[in-house]
Every structure is written in C-alpha cells, then in structure tokens.
Ligand binder design. Structure first.
Ligand code: IMO
Ligand code: MG
Length: 425
C-alpha cells in the first residue's frame, strides 16, 4: 500500500492535474487539502480537456472517491458549477465526492472584499486569482469564518454572516450601495444550495483513518506550488495557505506516518502568474516563444503567464522543504527546439554568492541568477517511449537536475496527453 502526495514545487501550474490523473489509477481515494478555486488543474483525455478548480482531478476516473479536506476554502457555488460541468461531460460525481464539515466557505462577500483590497494596493497589487481566497482564509484565522457544516443551522448561519459582514463594514461602506452584500442576500444564496450540499458532508479525517485501516490507497493532491506557500513562498506575493507538505496533514487531519511517498511536480522551465519577484524571468522573444510553445495562459483566469529558465536554487529549496522523494518533470517537449538551455545554479546578492533563497522578500527581489548552460537536444522528446529512447543531451539534462537538487526524476511528461508520459520509477 502506498499513499502518495503530489505537490507543486514552483509557482503553481506545474502540471499537477496530469500527474494526479496518471497516479489516480493506482489509488482508491484522491484528497485535496488546501487552496480553493484559485487552482486550475488541466487534464487532457483523448483530446477532451477538463479544467478542475475545486474537485480533485481523480474524479475523472470512474469509481474513485474524491475528498475535499478542512484546509480547503470552499466556494459552494463554484463547486456545484463544476459538478454540473462534469455531469454534462458524462462524469457522475454522485456518491463519490465528499467535503469536510470543517472546511471554511468562500462567501460572495469575500470576492467583494478582495476586489477592494487589490484596488487599494494600487501598484503593489498581488494580482490574485480573484476567487476570494485571501479574505476567506483571513476570516478563518480571525475567527469570523463559516464552516461547511454550519450552513445546515439557519440561526447559526444567519448570525455568522451578520458578524462577518459587520467585521468588514469599513471596507463595504466605501462601496456603492447596490454593490454592498447584505445578510439576507447572502443567507438566501447559501441556503438555496443546502439540500444538494447535505449529500457531500463528511468527516474527512475520520473517513481517511478508516480508509487507512482498510488498506485503501490514498493520493493527496496539492494545489498551487511551494513558492506560493504563505510561510515559505515569496511573501507577500503568495497565496494564503500552506502549499507545502504540512498543509497535507493539517488540511485533512491525517498523521505524517501515513504519507509514504512525496512526489514533486516541476516544469522544465519556470512560470509565474501574478506579481512578485522572478529572478530567471525572460523578457525577450524567447520568453514569449516559451509562452506560446507551452500554452502558458492561466487555466483559472486566462492571464498570460510570465516565463523564464528553470531555477534550480528554488527547486532544491522546494525539495528540502517538502522532503521530496521523487520528481515528475513536465513539459520537457517545450524545450525541444532550443540549441542551448540555461539553468539557474546560484544567486548573486551584493557581491555574495548564495545557494539558497534569502529569507527576506526584499532581498529575494534583488538576487541575480547565476546560470549554467547545457546543450539542447533539438529532437521531439515525445517520440521517446522509454528512457532509453532519449538522446544523450536530454538524458544529461535530466541527470544534471537530479544531481543538483538531490531527488530522482520518476516521471517524464513529453506532451499533454495521458500517453505522452514516461514512467522511470
Ligand atoms: P494551481 O493549483 C498558479 C497565484 C495568483 C497570485 C497569488 C495569490 O493551478 O497550480 P490567490 O488568488 O491565491 O490569493 O492569489 O497566487 N496563484 C496561482 N498561480 N497556479 C495556481 O494554482 C495558483 N493559485 C494562486 O496568481 O499570484
Ligand atoms: Mg493554475
């Protein structure tokens, strides 16, 4: 029995959807532990594309159980929208999708507050996914949050909405009256979803404990990436949850001994959507080419992603933080055409050489990358069906990454389709 964790090791959008889809075959249960509808996990099956924001990507496999843990912030309206979309594409979620009663809700007013906060930040805006994530986690920590299980009690729900809106009064008062959310409006909207929601309610932590006792195999699906972690990411340009390994434990209520293998997902280059420092960013034509070759446009917001060379300093940091066992390297095919590939192997800051990112965000914003140049392979990697089919330069590139970061590459993705994948171990 192997319970495997899949985590993003960059700034999100690494290809976690494809890897979760692949590994779901060997799992009974797929569980999301943090984040919310800010995630956009894309899976391509026989040219049909699915983009999942809240529901674990494992749902695409008939019969698998999917869980949304307490660490997720749940937008009920988005959840039901996604369930309907899946239904229309022939995927039935009935009886196999469950949500922790402890998960906190993203309410319509969280999006209103976020829009006001982003606009107040002006040039310093974070450029978030606008899904209400920050304000929902704020309410959770500030103890104004509403938990999923609380929506079934009318009096409690109304009172909690009232208290939460009261707390936000100073922000909301600045809005035109017709844009100000009211207690009644919010209560009615949530209440309308209640009957449907009741079928999803679950004690996820207990469910997982029982599953472990029955030797069921669990796959943990991380969202976002290590560099967006609220503690270890490029603060304040981060999301509001722990996207690193600890988030799996606190976001589901499971002990560390049940996590058997930690697989990190990494792209062969670096992308970032939203604002914040990005030492290896390419501002030239090559950066634009990589964006087009890799179709680097946000799955959640459609925003063009910033692109750059792979940053092995950050990757090594991510491997360390998460205790990564092995790596899935994605989108290697995007680099097919390049004569040379640069990889960042160190930073320079104020005349000093660094081999790990500085703790201070303002210092990280000033580091200069030190590159090593590797020869390209100039051959479509998707033609390779096994490791032995790869040309020497492609193998050397993989070996360089493995040696530098201290983790083996176990999966290689050479295209978007399910079968464009080489499993190495
Ligand atoms: P997946 O799971 C890429 C980024 C946003 C913004 C910052 C904060 O698809 O990899 P938030 O809405 O979370 O408060 O925004 O985090 N961000 C992501 N970037 N992929 C994601 O998820 C992301 N989720 C949040 O762009 O910079
Ligand atoms: Mg994304």
């Amino acid at each position: 029995m192997t319970n495997r964790v899949v985590l993003g090791l960059q700034w999100g959008d690494e290809g976690k959807g494809k890897i979760v889809d692949l590994l779901s075959r060997d799992a009974d249960i797929i569980a999301r532990c943090q984040g919310g509808a800010n995630a956009g996990h894309t899976v391509k099956i026989n040219s049909q594309q699915f983009i999942l924001h809240l529901i674990p990507s494992g749902i695409l496999h008939p019969g698998k159980i999917c869980l949304i843990g307490n660490g997720v912030v749940l937008d009920l309206f988005q959840l039901f929208h996604e369930m309907r979309e899946l239904q229309e594409k022939g995927i039935d979620t009935t009886g196999r999708l469950f949500v922790s009663g402890r998960a906190h809700l993203v309410m319509p007013y969280h999006k209103v507050v976020e829009a006001a906060q982003e606009s107040a930040r002006g040039k310093e805006a974070l450029n978030t996914s606008k899904r209400g994530i920050g304000p929902a986690y704020h309410d959770k920590v500030a103890r104004y949050g509403i938990q999923f299980a609380e929506i079934f009690d009318d009096n409690l729900l109304r009172e909690k909405i009232r208290a939460s809106l009261q707390e936000k009064q100073s922000v909301l008062a600045a809005l035109p009256e017709d844009q100000r959310p009211t207690v009644d409006m919010t209560f009615d909207a949530v209440r309308a979803k209640r009957d449907e929601a009741r079928l999803l309610l679950c004690d996820v932590s207990k469910y997982l404990d029982d599953a472990v006792a029955q030797n069921k195999r669990i796959l943990f699906e991380g969202a976002q990436g290590t560099l967006l972690d609220v503690d270890f990411g490029t603060y304040p340009f981060v999301t509001s949850s722990n996207t690193t390994i600890g988030g799996v434990l606190t976001g589901l209520g499971i002990g560390p001994k049940h996590l058997d293998r930690i697989t990190g997902v990494v792209k062969a280059y670096q992308t970032r959507v939203g604002n914040g420092p990005f030492p290896t960013e390419l501002h030239d034509q090559l950066g634009k080419d990589i964006r087009e070759w890799g179709h680097e446009y946000g799955a959640t917001t459609g925003r063009p992603r910033r692109t750059g060379w792979i940053d092995l300093v950050l990757l090594k940091y991510a491997v360390r933080l998460n205790g990564v066992d092995d790596i899935a390297l994605m989108k290697m095919d995007v680099m097919d055409k390049l004569k040379e590939i640069k990889v960042c192997v160190g930073y320079k800051l104020d005349g000093q050489k660094l081999d790990t990112p500085p703790q201070l965000g303002s210092e990280f914003a000033r580091v200069e990358p030190i590159y090593q140049t590797l020869p390209g392979w100039k051959k479509p990697v998707h033609e390779a069906k096994k490791y032995g089919d790869l040309c020497p330069n492609a193998k050397a590139y993989l070996k360089f990454i493995e040696d530098f970061v201290g983790a083996k590459i176990s999966i290689l993705s050479t295209g978007a389709e399910r079968d464009e994948t080489i499993v190495l171990g």
